[in-house]
Every structure is written in C-alpha cells, then in structure tokens.
Design a binder for this molecule. Structure first.
Ligand code: GLC
Length: 536
C-alpha cells in the first residue's frame, strides 16, 4: 500500500454532512442516505477529499441520531444498509473517502441492553452495563451525585422499578434518552469494538468518535467540587471525562484501524484544552482530534494568534497535523458568530480561506461553502433536545441546505410535493433570501462563497502537488499593528486583516483572497475582514 493511501488524512479536507438536512430523496421532509448519494457530485466538485456523515444508525432521534439503539444498522428514516453501500460505492468512484460517526459514550434508552437493564432491576448484571445507583436523601429522592447534564439539568434520571416503585437512578451526561455506558464493564469495549469493525469492514475509510474524551468516569462517581460548569461542554466535568483509561481504548482501536488495508482513520471529538487533547493523538492513538480552539475564538487577531500558535506547537510535538475547524453542527454558523450581515459573511469567508491555507487538515461543514448564516428557527419549531433543558438551540445551524433558488418550497432539499414540510422550516423569501444562497444561485459567480471555496481547494491541491506546502510545515504566527494576523510557512504566507482599517498587502505573489483588495496610493491593500494567501 502506498504511503499516500495511509497518510491522506494528514492534509485532507473533509466535508461534514448532517444527513437529516442535506438532501431528502424520499420526500418525507428528512434528509437520507440516498439523498446524500445523489448530491455527492457537489462535494466532489468542491475538491474535498472525504465526507464525514453524522449518525444515521438506528435511533429514536432524541438527539438526532446521537442516541443509538442499534449500532449495526441504518435507521429506516435514512434508508438501508444497501443505501449505505451505494453511498460508499459512489463516493469512492468520485475519489471521496467516507467517515462514519461512532457514538461510544452513550446509547439510546431504547437500546435493547438498556431496556433489559430496566427490566432486570437493581443489583442485576444487566444494570452493571450502565451507571445505575440508588439515590441520596431519606428515600433515594436525590440524584446519586451533583453532576449536571451537558444539556442542562441533572445528569441523572430516576427509574420506576418493575414493581412500580420509584427506584434507582441512571447516569446520562446528555439527554435522559442517552444513558452512559459503563466502560469499566468488559462487555462495553467488546460491543463498541464490534461496531467499529462493522463499519470499517463495510467500506468506511474511518470513523469520527463522538465525545471521545468521555467514556470512562472517575471511580466511585465522586461529586464535583464546583458543579456550576459551562453548559454544552463536557470538559468542565473533570470527573466524567479525560480519564486515563480511555487511552487504552484508542490504542486498541488504532491497532484495529491499522490492520485494515488501506489503513482506516480515527478522528476524535476531543473537546479539551489543547494540551490535554494532544494526548489523544499520540502516534499509537487517534489520527486526528478536532482543534476546537479556533472554533471557540472570537474574531480577534490576538485570540486567533494564541489559538493557532498553541495548536501548531502541539502538532509539532505529537506529529499529528492540526485538524482545523470553524463550523460544525453544534455551533452557531460563522457568519452570524462573527457579527452577522455582510461583515460577518466577509469574516466567515476569511476564516474559511484561513483553515484551508493553514498546515494540516480541515473540516468544512455543509453550507459553510455557501456562507449560510445561522437561522432563527421559530421557537415552536425547535427540535434540539438541549433547547428545553438549557435554552441553547443548535437548530439554527442545522436547517436544510438550499440547492435551487426557488421562491418557495424547500429550495431543492426535498423531493416531496408541496405538502412535504422539511423537519426544520426553511426560511422564506421574506425572512432571508435562502434561495439566493443556494448552490445553483452561486454556481459560476466568481464572487460567491461557493466559488471561493472551490478556488481555495484547487489552489491548496496544486500547492501540495507541487510540493510548495506540506501538512507538517512548521509555521510561525504573529500579529502586526492594526490587527493583521500573519501565518508564515515554507513557501506561503496567510494574512488576515482582523482590524478596522485597510493595511498594506504583505510582500509576495497574491494567490487568492477571500474578498476584493483595495488600494493605498500605488500599492494594494487588504481591507478589514479579508484574508489573503500569498506565495513567498
Ligand atoms: C457531540 C455531538 C453532539 C451531540 C453530543 C451527544 O458533541 O457533536 O451533536 O449532541 O455529542 O452525543
């Protein structure tokens, strides 16, 4: 096997598909695998190397697929195993690799093993597969410890025992419909190993591991000294994540992945501070871990410098190039996060060019290539389980993709008739011009975000092919007066103007910019909120 086939991930651009919202082939209002297959050409036309599919396994959809009731099957909502095979076949024909989401921290409360645990009662071997515990207080009416759920409220729910009495509590770091596996039970590893092998055997080129820093909890599930932690982030619960035992799992999974030919890839959602996340990508563990520092950084040159420099240093230590990301299905879309309107869009375009120009790998979330803003989903239409519990909604980043500039309907998302409503409402023309943001509307327009994405990916490929840049390039990050951020690597320079006034364009041959340049006297200038990629 050529080195290339085993190291493609080091410089890969991976396109994240949220299947519910990508393309709906059967017209029921929810996207599906056949829909994804029918639109793979779009992803290939961008020049991406791979596709990551968020969960499509059997699930009651309490957390839109992150509550899995059967790891080894496709949910009928999304299609069949045959549809998955067809998707992989078509992707491979187009030169796209496929990553599948694996959710090992928890399952669905509808999982047969959890149902069996409920039925079997306290003290049973079935309950030992999860974290069941008697409550505190006089009659067990208080949760066993003070951990909050990531989605808000306590991380425990009380069950009604088979005799009809209120009984034990079970742990769920996320929604009550997502009971946590007990990873200290030997059968848990066996079950998840099987799930990993199943999708890799079936042709997946790798897996994205959900809540990869979770899995093991501190022995005895001790109280948190300060349970008042930031919602929507597990890392504040130091007792429930980043336990040493988890690394043994990834060493084992790495051996499984390496035994395949070509070798398969493991990317972890490791939402920890960079120095802790770096431990997950040691050479015998995961290949990649998303670099969340940039995703969390505000539009500020110093914040970006700190985040980028820390990540680049960490990569040099571990040998795993940085896995850049500025958008995914859990965060507010970049144009809105960076201030909204034209300014927010300009910044999001600059951020997109930046992650494609930095050394390493990058993940692009569906719709990021269209510059989609966050949608204000009407309260009554919100679906995110976090919404009711913590008041945070991730729905606005999950609205179906607009494909055609139709004045009404689903903008080409759904094959259904006019009566088939998408699972989340698509903005109408009066709210936001969703159609003007569609793929067909942007196609061929050189000023569009779609064509910027294609141009950046073409350029990136050419620079890699010509040996000008390499995923392991050392890079130096600095900030200049006026909020100019510069990242210098082997043969190129990335400059982002994060300040308020135009600055002179740094020396070099301009390869691509995220927006039009201006002039300062005789020379060219980089306006605010604009990035430029230069050859040195
Ligand atoms: C990850 C997913 C998120 C999900 C959570 C629980 O953070 O990205 O969407 O809700 O895990 O599985």
């Amino acid at each position: 096997m050529s080195a290339d086939e085993n190291s493609w991930w080091r410089s890969a651009v991976v396109y994240q598909v949220y299947p519910r919202s990508f393309a709906d082939a059967d017209g029921d209002g929810v996207g599906d695998l056949a829909g994804v297959t029918s639109r793979l050409d779009h992803i290939a036309s961008l020049g991406a190397d791979a596709v990551w599919l968020t969960p499509f396994q059997r699930s009651p959809q309490a957390d839109h697929g992150y509550d899995v009731s059967d790891y080894l099957d496709v949910d009928p909502l999304f299609g069949t195993l045959g549809d998955f095979d067809a998707l992989v076949g078509r992707a491979h024909d187009l030169g796209l690799r496929v990553l599948v989401d694996l959710v090992p921290n928890h399952c669905s409360s509808a999982h047969p093993l959890f149902q069996a645990a409920l039925e079997a009662g306290p003290g049973s071997p079935e309950r030992a597969r999860f974290h069941f515990s008697p409550g505190r207080g006089h009659s067990g009416e208080l949760p066993p410890n003070n951990w909050p759920s990531v989605f808000g409220g306590p991380a425990w729910s009380r069950v009604t025992e088979p005799d009809g009495q209120p009984g034990e509590w079970y742990l769920h770091l996320y929604a009550p419909e997502q009971p946590d596996w007990n990873w200290r039970h030997p059968a848990t590893g066996v079950l998840l190993d099987e799930a990993l092998r199943f999708w890799l055997d079936r042709g997946a080129d790798g897996v994205r591991i959900d809540v990869a820093h979770g899995l093991f909890k501190a022995d005895g599930l001790p109280d948190l000294a300060d349970p008042d932690i930031e919602p929507m982030r597990l890392r504040g619960n130091v007792m429930a994540c980043d336990q040493e035992e988890v690394h043994e799992v990834y060493r084992r999974w790495r051996r499984i992945a390496d035994d395949f030919e070509p070798q398969r890839v493991l990317v972890g959602e490791v939402n920890l501070l960079p120095h802790r996340a770096a431990r997950y990508v040691r050479p015998d563990e995961l290949h990649q871990a998303f670099a969340f520092a940039l995703l969390a950084a505000p539009w500020d040159a110093k914040a970006w410098r700190t985040a980028a420099a820390g990540l680049l240093e960490g990569a040099a230590d571990t040998g795993s190039p940085v896995t850049w990301v500025v958008e995914n299905h859990d965060v507010v879309r970049a144009p809105t996060r960076y201030g909204g309107g034209e300014r927010g869009l300009a910044r999001a375009r600059a951020a997109l060019l930046a992650v494609l120009a930095l050394p390493g790998s990058a993940y692009v979330y569906q719709g990021q290539e269209l510059g989609l803003p966050e949608v204000e989903v009407p309260v009554e239409a919100r679906q995110d389980p976090a919404w009711l519990r913590s008041g945070v909604t991730r729905d606005g980043a999950r609205v179906p993709i607009p494909w055609h500039p139709e004045p009404s309907g689903t903008h080409g998302f759904s094959a259904g008739g006019p009566g088939a409503l998408p699972w989340l409402p698509v903005p109408t023309r009066t709210e936001a011009d969703w159609g003007a943001l569609s793929v067909d509307a942007q196609e061929g327009d050189p000023s569009s975000t779609l064509e910027l994405t294609r141009a950046a990916l073409r350029l990136r490929r050419r620079l890699h092919a010509d040996g000008v840049v390499h995923p392991d390039d050392a890079a130096t990050v600095c900030t200049m007066a006026g909020g100019l951020l510069q990242v210098e690597r082997a043969g190129t320079l990335l400059a982002i103007n994060m300040g308020d006034v135009a600055v002179g364009l740094p020396d070099g041959e301009l390869l691509l910019s995220s927006g039009p340049l201006t002039r300062q006297g005789e020379s060219r200038a980089l306006p605010p909120d604009t990035a430029a990629w230069l050859r040195r």
